[in-house]
Write a protein that binds this ligand. Structure first.
Ligand code: FES
Ligand code: FES
Length: 161
């Protein structure tokens, strides 16, 4: 480790983590390489594709644009933690039933982004859903099935579908 390394202490998926990180290590690399949480993916590494989406202090962020050192004291949630907690279970079921994933590369980030929208508690229009996930790229599905899945969960959570 270089002399500029930082000691960080954070909560990841409910567990306290204390590690020493290089100053330039991104959050997503830290999660994947140091903590072996490989559900968050690395695509563009430039903040464009959304594959690296994770939640920090309750807000979704691009894990490739945030440094691990910036997360000292933060609460980080990844697809692994949210899946284990069951928070995304209905969304994951809907994605599977409606064929909203093929290769699955975009899926963890897509689920976190969809969950952020659904947390508002209303039933968003399809245009709103499309706009909300517009920062998450999917090379496989053409998005239609993803919008279907998110819309169906919004309706069922609202008790209207
Ligand atoms: S890998 Fe982070 S936005 Fe593409
Ligand atoms: S399912 Fe392959 S990139 Fe979305």
């Amino acid at each position: 480790m270089s002399s500029e390394s930082h000691d960080i202490r954070l909560t990841v998926n409910g567990e306290t983590v204390v590690e020493t990180v290089e100053p330039r290590m991104t959050l997503v690399d830290f999660l994947r390489e140091t903590l072996a949480l490989t559900g968050s993916h690395v695509g563009c590494e430039h903040g464009v594709c959304g594959a690296c989406t994770v939640r920090v202090d309750g807000v979704i962020v691009r894990g490739c644009l945030m440094l691990a050192a910036q997360c000292d004291g933060a609460t980080v949630e990844t697809i692994e933690g949210l899946s284990d907690a069951g928070e995304l279970a209905d969304l994951q079921d809907a994605f599977e039933k409606r064929n909203a994933l093929q290769c699955g590369f975009c899926t963890p980030g897509m689920l976190l982004t969809a969950q952020e929208l659904l947390a508002r508690g209303d039933v968003p229009s399809r245009d709103t859903i499309r706009a909300h996930i517009s920062g998450n790229y999917c090379r496989c599905t053409g998005y239609h099935a993803i919008v279907d899945a998110i819309e169906s969960v919004a309706r069922s959570r609202a008790g209207t579908g």
